[in-house]
Design a protein around this ligand. Structure first.
Ligand code: NAD
Length: 481
């Protein structure tokens, strides 16, 4: 069943409709799947020399930079995130990732030769084929760019499916990719609701790989669809990440960074450090400062340059976040500030939510275990490294963690014990195209970025050539009567 044919796109800062976008119907999906398959199997894309592929992908990077201001405005209008974040993080990082993988694709795709006794194995990296890229609404352009840059650089054809809440910059990216000179059918964007088209796209045989970023629940559904024809899958799912602040950390830096690590993008980050553990000696001081600064965060419409926190993405997301705070209070957690819908008339029409700080949260509580995906910080104390490692690892997720201390040895030792795919030491949220990223446990599998992330989008073929001196390989003798 297909949903309604038009999707109204809402500005979450004031609930106004900013665009009406057609949603793909069955015939559109059929067209895009056929077109993508043909572009991979018969089109000129795969025959292009790598140097030309590189130039076309560099054109996408330039195209993003040429439209940077427009894209930043659009991203903020659609997601509500502060314009400073779109301008200085999302858009330049999107351009950068295309530039990096374009400039490095030849090196990353280089074949390797393994010399064997009387034989040689040549390991060749080939594109996987048609890759379906499914992205969430929290970083619509950035996550689409991560996936598209790597997939194209590895020689694949892509079908990008943005969240139907936030398709605007993905649609612009599609236009930029076409304008960059990619052959027809190589970069496709489908605006559709995941509920209605997800299964069709994911289980179609013409799709060779699915690269998914989104929630744990949908990730599990996609795991089911992909199993139907055993296709390559990467899953970048949710998190419940821990920030560990040791007593020797620089308190001011730790407080400021903790604010950033949970309240940036309204807390709607997969790597949000939603559980902050503070060593008991500095707990009170930390919490006083943290709460004071949380209360000072300026809420407002995303397009206002003074805004530090915009609205949540939707009314239903706000209800969900509020529900977690209310439940935590009922279960005995102490709300230190925020956690409610702001009363001021100028924020009334948007999906704003006052950033919340909760103390005395027990590991059994839902807010400790489940991903809230909103501006809700837990501040708990600990008294020993072993205790805090247990607390940090007490989660079904394993996406990220951060450790704050001046003791490099201790940080290193603790990082080794943390069950998460990335551990930041004395920093937070650093993503580079050069370095891989991806979670453990129920945060998914596979990597994005770095050599390892890039190679998810390539398949490895072993071309084994016999080199026996007399050209009579061992197999010749088995039945060679
Ligand atoms: P979501 O899972 O609801 O949706 C993600 C995408 O999947 C959207 O494009 C959606 O349309 C599509 N989708 C929904 N149902 C589908 C189905 N049955 N089949 C195929 N596709 C379907 O996630 P969201 O609410 O958009 O994003 C928030 C989630 O994303 C959070 O859990 C967050 O942690 C996660 N996330 C993870 C990372 C990471 O790198 N690990 C990064 C960003 C966001």
């Amino acid at each position: 069943m297909m949903a309604a044919s038009i999707q109204k796109i809402i500005n979450p800062s004031n609930s106004e409709i900013i665009a009406e976008i057609p949603l793909a119907q069955s015939k559109d999906l059929e067209l895009v799947l056929t077109q993508a398959r043909q572009a991979f199997d018969q089109g000129p894309w795969l025959k292009l020399p790598l140097k030309e592929r590189k130039e076309l992908i560099l054109n996408i990077s330039r195209g993003i930079l040429d439209k940077a201001g427009e894209l930043a405005n659009l991203e903020t209008l659609n997601t509500g995130k502060p314009i400073k974040e779109s301008t200085f993080m999302d858009i330049p990082s999107s351009a950068k990732v295309f530039e990096y993988f374009a400039n490095n694709l030849e090196r990353l795709l280089e074949s390797e030769t393994v010399q064997l006794e009387n034989a040689q194995s040549r390991l060749v990296r080939e594109p996987r084929g048609v890759v379906l890229l499914i992205v969430p609404w929290n970083y619509p352009l950035l996550i689409a760019s991560w996936k598209m840059s790597q997939a194209l650089a590895a020689g694949n054809v892509v079908i990008l499916k943005p969240s139907s809440l936030t398709p605007l910059t993905a649609l612009e990216l599609g236009k930029i990719a076409c304008g960059a000179g990619l052959p027809v059918g190589v970069a496709n964007v489908v605006n559709a609701s995941g509920d209605s088209v997800g299964e069709t796209l994911c289980s179609d045989k013409r799709v060779d790989m699915i690269s998914f970023t989104g929630s744990n629940i949908v990730g599990k559904e996609i795991l089911g669809y992909a199993s139907k024809n055993v296709k390559k899958l990467t899953l970048e799912l949710g998190g419940k990440s821990a920030s560990i602040i040791l007593k020797d950390a620089d308190l001011e830096v730790a407080v400021n960074s903790a604010l950033c690590s949970i309240f940036l993008n309204q807390g709607q980050m997969c790597t949000a450090m939603s559980r902050i553990f503070i060593e008991d000696d500095i707990y009170d001081k930390f919490v006083i400062e943290f709460v004071k600064k949380t209360k000072q965060i300026k809420l407002g419409p995303g397009l206002d340059y003074e805004t530090q926190m915009g609205p949540l993405i939707s009314e239903s997301q706000r209800k969900k976040v509020l529900g977690y705070v209310e439940k935590a209070k009922k279960e005995g957690a102490r709300l230190l500030c925020g956690g409610k819908i702001p009363g001021s008339p100028e924020l009334k029409k948007g999906f704003f939510f006052e950033p919340a700080v909760l103390a005395e949260v027990k590991p059994v509580m839902s807010v400790f275990q489940e991903e809230v995906f909103g501006p809700v910080a837990i501040v708990n104390k600990f008294s020993s490294p072993d205790e805090v490692i247990d607390l940090a690892n007490n989660s079904d997720f394993g996406l990220a963690a951060s450790i704050w201390t001046k003791d490099a040895c201790k940080a290193n030792e603790m990082a080794g014990k943390i069950n998460a795919g990335i551990v930041w030491v004395n920093t937070y949220g650093m993503f580079y195209p050069e370095a891989p990223y991806g979670g453990f446990k129920q945060s998914g599998f596979g990597k994005e970025l770095g050599r390892e992330g890039f190679l998810e989008y390539a398949r490895l073929k072993n071309i084994f050539v016999d080199k026996t001196p007399d050209s009579k390989p061992l197999v010749n003798f088995w039945y060679g009567f």
